[in-house]
Design a protein around this ligand. Structure first.
Ligand SMILES: [Zn+2]
Length: 85
């Protein structure tokens, strides 16, 4: 399963949706992760998750030691700059 290639922070017409494959539910959670083999330590990749998939996606990252943070989408948006980058 090549899960790292496909999902990502995707914003649909109804706003951010869950990154789980095939799931179109509205995202509630932001999973911040980092793959030390690919990313510098301060880099954060993000996956979005609905309530249903938060545990699934976070354990996927957690067992690999990639997971850094899980926060609500509202919290993430409040803490990060709205500027595009
Ligand atoms: Zn989902």
């Amino acid at each position: 399963m090549d899960l790292f290639e496909s999902p990502g922070a995707s914003v649909g017409p109804d706003g951010p949706v869950c990154s789980a494959k095939g799931c179109r539910a509205a995202a509630v959670w932001v999973l911040a992760w980092n793959n030390p083999k690919l990313h510098t330590p301060e880099r954060r990749k993000t996956w979005l998750a609905c309530d249903e998939h938060r545990e699934h996606l976070s354990s996927f990252l957690g067992v690999r030691g990639f997971l850094k943070d899980v926060v609500t989408l509202a919290e993430w948006e409040r803490d990060t700059s709205p500027a595009d980058g």
